[in-house]
Design a protein around this ligand. Structure first.
Ligand code: DOR
Ligand code: ZN
Length: 336
């Protein structure tokens, strides 16, 4: 039996830069029609020139003309309406990181003082630029996302016309917010649908499963699975595939990030066929995102089949999720 997915989209992707970009970009670009590209480079993408230059490097590295990189800027409360008007056509969203919360986020926002944020957020609202947020406080690691719920509420209430995307949600508290505020949306990763904290640290430590936000409890995963499997219209797939070199993962001070890009479609197919259906996978992985972001996407048909695939142990010096293991589905053909 063949399974067909049309124009898959990854609404949260880290492609990095330089040599790593050249390794990882083609892995997403061949099988996806587009992806929201994260701006947390060193230094982050904060100017129009940097953005345009990075987009070009991404396109060059992708080697697939039917892949559209949807670019993002790194949020700064100093962005003026004038600046945003000039950059608007080049971006699909602006990504806000709380300062120091994850990889390369040191230049993010400290405190969430509405007076400090309001000019930029009002301008984004007027210009219809979505705000994508890494929603975690500096609290206890298991509670950071749940504690951030009050900040999501404050932003949703004060900026009702601003489209706010709660990135890579991991808790039942975040899922509950979706139905309370019209302007809140969410991305969900593959790894947070698959694992809980037990898989990361319940036995011997698994650094390749360590990410931010950290995987949570079984009931949180159940809540994510529920909205993903029914393809809740405000939820979309965003892998948060976040490559780091092997020596930065298998180390003390292990970097946060799970590298899933090469096997996302195969594993999502398996998960959805076992727990939901192909129609809902199509919505979760493409249609919902097209509606939420209001984007046209390149045509691409990905045909998968039930055939064992042994996950390579490495891509360059990056270890993927389930390295060396056998998974059930393979990509058979991609028609552009
Ligand atoms: O695990 C993560 N890795 N979470 C993030 O928010 C950032 C990402 C990265 O850039 O490595
Ligand atoms: Zn991310």
């Amino acid at each position: 039996m063949s399974i067909v997915i049309n124009s898959p989209l990854d609404m949260h992707l880290h492609l990095r830069d330089d040599d790593m970009l050249k390794v990882v970009a083609p892995l997403s670009a061949t099988s996806f029609s587009g992806a929201i590209i994260m701006p947390n480079l060193i230094p982050p993408i904060t100017t129009k020139n940097k953005l345009i230059a990075y987009r070009k490097r991404v396109i060059d590295a992708s080697k697939d003309s039917s892949f559209n990189p949807y670019m993002t800027l790194f949020f700064k409360p100093t962005y003026s309406k004038e600046f945003l008007s000039k950059v608007k056509d080049e971006i699909s969203a602006i990504k806000l990181y709380p300062a120091g919360i994850t990889t390369n986020s040191e230049g993010g926002v400290s405190g969430f003082d509405i007076k400090e944020l309001k000019n930029t957020l009002n301008a984004m609202s007027e210009l219809n630029i979505p705000l994508a947020i890494h929603g975690e406080t500096n609290g206890f690691v298991m509670d950071r996302e749940a504690e951030f719920a009050s900040i999501y509420e404050m932003l949703a209430l004060n900026f009702p016309n601003l489209k706010i995307i709660m990135e890579h949600i991991t808790t039942k508290e975040s899922v509950a917010l979706l139905d309370r505020f019209d302007n809140l949306y969410a991305t969900i990763t593959l790894h947070h649908l698959l694992i809980t904290l037990d898989d990361v640290a319940g036995g011997m430590l698994q650094p390749h499963l360590f990410c931010k936000p950290i995987a949570k409890r079984p009931e949180d995963r159940a809540s994510l699975r529920e909205v993903a499997f029914k393809a809740h219209p405000k939820v979309m797939f965003g892998s948060d595939s976040a490559p780091h070199p092997q020596d930065k993962k298998e180390a003390s001070f292990c970097s946060a990030g799970v590298f899933t890009a090469p096997i996302t479609l195969q594993l999502l197919t398996e998960l959805f066929l076992e727990n939901s259906n192909l129609d809902n996978l199509q919505k979760f992985i493409s249609t919902n995102a097209q509606n939420i972001y209001n984007i046209e996407v390149p045509k691409k048909e990905v045909i998968l089949e039930e055939r064992d695939f042994i996950v390579p142990t490495k891509y360059g010096d990056i270890v993927p999720l389930y390295a060396g293991e056998k998974i059930k589905y393979s990509i058979k053909e991609i028609i552009c």
